[in-house]
Design a protein around this ligand. Structure first.
Ligand code: DGL
Length: 278
């Protein structure tokens, strides 16, 4: 049975990174209700085995579907690398939008032929990255870095501290010395440190965040199926978004004003409880 167009869009990430996608979903889909799920009991996903991240992703998807989600945005490159293909097989009725490092637009626009890619270890190990490189990066030199510790810094709200700067300098300086003119953000946490990346990289380097393209893709899928919410008024976004975390809800509540410019309450989810009514 097709879902009610008023059903929510489910969005998940290991943590606050998904908020960098959510802000673009809000502008692309202002009439939609959203359930935002941050698996902060397990953040970071990046150093974990792909199999484990796949299990978390299946569990979260089941949970969101039990709450009536009509489309799922995997707002996490690591979970997309580990699980997107599997999720589409296990839940064939559900449309999924996932993240992949934006190597294609970078390869199309680089003039120096050298591109930096920042992502987690699991994202670089996944087949999704290998396939993007194979399809789009012919003739382009890709320099990669996993930025150890950066996700934890962003989760802690340390967007511009000496330690965060050090992590980014270590990643970017060898790339800049080699002549990159483009940096691809292959982790949804990283857009929150774009100002710092731009400061370190300087004006000649383009930074690519794929989130706007992901939000457009989510809209396309809903339009194709006739599943766009029929609410006529554009609603102020935050009352229509329910924020959930498997971690400490107060921590996420404290992050929302800084990262999204809004205040909202956050509910805690415990996976050991079977999903009850929404
Ligand atoms: N924000 C996620 C990503 O896009 C996950 C980062 C992490 O938990 O390591 O890869």
């Amino acid at each position: 049975m097709p879902p009610d167009p008023g059903s929510p869009v489910g969005v998940f990430d290991s943590g606050v990174g998904g908020l960098s996608v959510l802000r673009h979903l809000w502008s692309e889909l202002p009439h939609e209700e959203v359930i935002f799920f941050a698996d902060q009991a397990h953040v970071p996903y990046g150093p974990r085995p792909l199999e484990q991240v796949r299990q978390f992703s299946v569990e979260i998807t089941r949970w969101l579907l039990a709450r009536g989600a009509k489309l799922i945005v995997v707002a996490c490159n690591t979970a997309s690398a580990a699980a997107l293909h599997h999720l589409r097989q296990v839940f064939p009725e559900t449309p999924f939008v996932g993240m992949e490092p934006a190597v294609k637009p970078a390869a199309e626009s680089t003039r120096s032929g050298r591109v930096g890619v920042l992502a987690t270890p699991a994202t670089f190990q996944g087949e999704l990255y290998a396939s993007v490189v194979e399809r789009f990066a012919a003739g382009v030199q890709l320099m990669t870095h996993t930025c150890p510790g950066l996700v934890a810094q962003i989760e802690a709200g340390q967007l511009d501290t000496p330690k965060t700067r050090r992590i980014l300098e270590e990643a970017l300086q060898p790339m800049l010395a080699a002549g990159i003119d483009t940096v691809v953000l292959g982790c949804t946490h990283y857009p929150f440190v774009i100002p710092l990346i731009e400061e370190i990289a300087g004006p000649g380097v383009r930074v690519i965040d794929p989130a706007p393209a992901i939000a457009r893709q989510a809209r396309r899928l809903l339009v194709e199926r006739g599943w766009l919410s029929s609410a006529r008024e554009s609603r102020p976004p935050h009352p229509c978004t329910r924020f959930l975390t498997t971690g400490d809800p107060r921590k996420l509540e404290a992050q929302l004003p800084k990262l999204l410019g809004i205040s909202a309450s956050v509910d805690q989810i415990n996976f050991s409880e079977p999903p009850g009514p929404a």
